[in-house]
Design a protein around this ligand. Structure first.
Ligand code: ATP
Ligand code: MG
Length: 769
């Protein structure tokens, strides 16, 4: 198969670069991911490297899967077991393989952020720390942030007593994790980094093994990830490892999580990159869509600079709709989506994007009412649902009984008469001896001792009973032994939950098949394992490299692997394979994806750009990049909408339409509805919905409105422009504008640090100051 015939000259040059580090800098839809995948195939096909010599980092697990699927169609080799995955997934794999050297128990488990938070809360309580002064969330943020920078507690600098205490708690937290045999997401990376930097033979092994490291979405790597890449490439050791990085500085959208777009320039410098290739041909979007993206992003400064063009023709204009409310917005989406489907667009080719998860509820409700199948990415994920987490906790305890989070989750669920006091006593015993809750059970006496002992017996019994079973059967047994199924059967609305639980047997079956764990391999022990030829296995006395003849040692049991999958790939389980459903997701999780038709909803000031951006340096630039990502997901049809009022977090908000509308090229847009007439239109000719320029100027240019209202001085609402007011939530502010007449008046108020808000005067509780 000729891998190269579908590439343009720049792409071809990138795919076939010699073995030197390279940076492919290119805008959305220009084929970066395609180039990266094709390069892997080309390197292998031309015999420059074996599949084991490749490491590729993708941004999501879904993307990794897609890459593997594509590779297996391009290459006649077994791609299973190639090191292709997310940073977290790959670090997990490394730590599983070398758990002893990483000082982890073999069956260490991964805490998702929900578990991490509850563990921190527990720890604060046990340590008698005032959680008003040290909120668990802040501490979690503090710890993760330090880890993302590669800092252990003893390396974090503290400048005041509060910070000193936080550092102390960070150290305590790490001890607790170690005791329970659990690692959080940030820890996966930090542990892997420390393992490789400390262990020279191991590091050198992987440096020699991974001749080619390829990274997609490089603009969103954080400092620790970049340092890990440097370590793998042997950057400081003259190893000359080769990194092939592709990215787009305009799509850097994870600064809030520590991503550092400066890594692109650092990479160019550190690796003395000679090969900088720009791809400027866009293959995804029609012209009007692309023009909108280009215009918008031109408002950002500090760009590395590149352009996008398309041969696809202008296509249809971008359709913009102003709704009166979020409910009406959802209704409009459904009408448009129906007509798209009528035109033959597949449901799965229609995406609805929003800035915040909270926006999805109303849209979901409308879709549900209309009977349109849909899939939500990244909402409450399958593996995060309460009933599923309960079942997972039983499995976790069977795999690693010292996981206190799992223990606490199910020790009395379903209820078995173990009260809060018993748990407190148990916790005290565990603290006294420095052991896990599970290990502390034998120290308990009396009634508590009996019921806790029975729980331990249940877990041990389930482990014994399932020893010889394959994973799916094991899951089934656990669902029954734990009494979860019976418990939900007695619950009024338990049917859904039971269905979700049964779904877990299917998830396990699918997992076993996809991962190549033999159908009948016992879940606890069995080979085959994920270790592949070429992997190093380190024993206390040195490294053993697996060669073709050596038997594969069991690196990870199917159960451990499945539990990792549940923690790491939580998002994927939601997408029901093969179902033709509309796709709902946040703009963040749409990165790298593409659809025939895309709706970008909630384009209102405060929502998109998000109000939090006002607090950050360059915050609006980051929101603009996010908008750029959103626009460039669309192939043929793009819709944008905003509403006059919306319920969010239990509050009705009246926001102005997003500033981003003013940054789009007029000729690319088509406004679908007139703005509802406001009073400043009173003396003007009523705007024609299709008379774009007049309409938009009147609607968007707030200065006109201001002039009109200012002329009249005080308004019929009883409030005056310039007046200082107080609001319970936003504090003191100054009225800068009033729109609308008596009864329907809204005031634009500058609340200083809380930003400028538009409030409905008949609803908002304002006081004169
Ligand atoms: P993003 O920045 O959004 O991640 P990208 O640069 O990774 O985008 P790809 O997803 O690789 O872009 O490609 C975008 C689309 O263009 C895909 O559908 C891809 O198959 C197609 N494409 C890329 N290169 C070519 C080409 N040379 N000929 C035809 N189609 C192409
Ligand atoms: Mg891509």
């Amino acid at each position: 198969m000729n891998l190269l015939h579908n590439l343009n000259p720049e792409q071809l040059a990138a795919v076939t670069l010699p073995s030197q580090s390279a940076l492919i800098l290119a805008g959305a839809g220009s084929g970066k991911t395609r180039v990266l995948t094709t390069r892997i195939a080309w390197l292998i096909q031309t015999g420059q490297v074996s599949p084991a010599g490749i490491m590729a980092v993708t941004f999501t697990n879904k993307a990794a899967k897609e890459m593997l699927t594509r590779l297996s169609t391009m290459l006649p080799v077994n791609t299973r077991g190639m090191w292709i995955g997310t940073f977290h997934g790959l670090c997990n794999r490394l730590l599983r393989t070398h758990y002893r050297d990483a000082a982890l128990p073999q069956s260490f488990q991964i805490l998702d952020s929900q578990d991490q938070l509850s563990m921190i809360k527990r720890m604060l309580k046990a340590a008698n720390v005032d959680d008003e002064k040290y909120p668990a969330k802040n501490l979690m943020y503090f710890i993760n942030n330090a880890k993302d920078q590669g800092l252990r507690a003893d390396k974090v600098e503290a400048y005041d007593p509060i910070e000193r205490k936080m550092v102390e708690l960070y150290a305590l937290y790490d001890q607790q994790c170690q005791r329970e045999g659990v690692v959080d997401f940030a820890e996966l990376l930090l542990r892997a980094y420390e393992l490789l930097s400390r262990n020279t033979p191991l590091r050198q092994h992987y440096q020699m093994r991974f001749k080619h490291v390829l990274v997609d979405e490089f603009q969103d790597t954080n400092d620790l990830q970049y340092n890990l890449l440097k370590l793998l490439a042997g950057h400081n050791e003259g190893m000359g490892g080769v990194i092939f990085a592709v990215g787009d500085d305009d799509q850097s959208i994870y600064a809030f999580r520590g991503a550092n777009v400066g890594n692109m320039q650092a990479f160019e410098r550190d690796f003395r990159v000679q090969n900088l290739i720009k791809l400027e041909q866009n293959y995804r979007s029609h012209g009007h869509i692309l023009d909108s993206a280009n215009f918008l992003i031109a408002n950002n400064t500090k760009r590395l600079g590149k352009n996008l063009r398309t041969d696809a023709g202008q296509g249809e204009p971008v359709r913009i709709y102003e709704a009166s409310s979020d409910l009406e917005e959802a209704q409009w989406i459904i009408e448009e989506a129906k007509s798209l489907m009528g035109e033959g667009v597949a449901r799965s080719e229609i995406a609805i994007l929003y800035r915040s998860n909270a926006q999805s509820r109303v849209i979901e409700h409308a879709l549900f009412a209309a009977g349109i199948p849909y899939t939500v990415y990244g909402g409450l994920r399958y593996f995060q649902r309460a009933e599923v987490k309960h079942a997972i906790a039983y499995l976790q305890l069977m795999d690693n009984p010292h996981n206190d989070s799992a223990f606490l989750r199910v020790v009395n669920f379903p209820t078995r008469g173990i009260g809060v006091r018993s748990i407190e006593q148990l916790q005290m015993a565990a603290d006294t001896y420095g052991i896990s809750l599970y290990a502390a059970v034998p120290y308990m006496t009396g009634k508590a001792g009996t019921s806790l002992g029975a729980f331990v017996k249940l877990v041990e019994g389930a482990r014994f009973e399932t020893q010889q079973l394959a994973l799916p059967e094991m899951v089934r047994v656990v669902l029954e032994r734990s009494n979860l199924l019976t418990h939900y059967a007695n619950e009024k609305e338990g049917a859904d939950r039971i269905e979700n639980l049964e779904q877990m047997v299917n998830a396990a079956t699918q997992f076993v098949q996809e991962e190549g764990f033999g159908q009948f391999a016992p879940a606890h022990l069995g080979p085959p394992s994920q270790a592949q030829v070429g992997d190093a296995v380190v024993y206390q006395d040195g490294i053993e490299i697996l060669d073709a003849d050596a038997p594969l040692p069991s690196v990870m049991s199917p159960l451990s692997a499945f539990l990792s999958h549940a923690s790491l790939e939580a998002g994927d389980a939601q997408a029901q394979a093969g179902q033709d459903a509309m796709q709902l997701m946040t703009v963040h999780s749409a990165k790298g994806l593409e659809f025939d038709a895309v709706f970008i909803t909630g384009l209102e000031e405060g929502l998109f750009p998000h109000e939090s951006s006002a607090r950050e340096l360059d915050g609006v630039d980051e929101e603009r990049r996010l908008m750029y990502v959103a626009i460039t997901r669309a192939r043929k049809r793009l819709y944008m909408s905003f509403t006059q009022q919306r319920m969010l977090h239990g509050q009705t908000r009246y926001n102005m339409k997003s500033r981003f509308f003013d940054e789009l090229p007029e000729e690319a847009l088509k406004w679908l509805s007139p703005r509802v007439q406001s009073h400043w239109f009173a003396n003007k000719k009523a705007p024609n919905a299709w008379d774009d320029a007049a309409f938009r100027n009147a609607g968007s240019d707030n200065k006109i409105a201001q002039q009109l209202t200012q002329k009249s001085g005080s308004s019929s609402s009883g409030w005056r422009i310039g007046e200082t007011v107080a609001h319970a939530k936003f504090g003191e502010g100054v009225i800068v504008n009033i729109e609308g007449g008596a009864g329907a008046a809204r005031a634009q108020i500058n609340f200083g640090p809380s930003g400028i808000k538009v409030l409905d005067l008949s609803v908002a509780k304002l006081e004169r100051v």
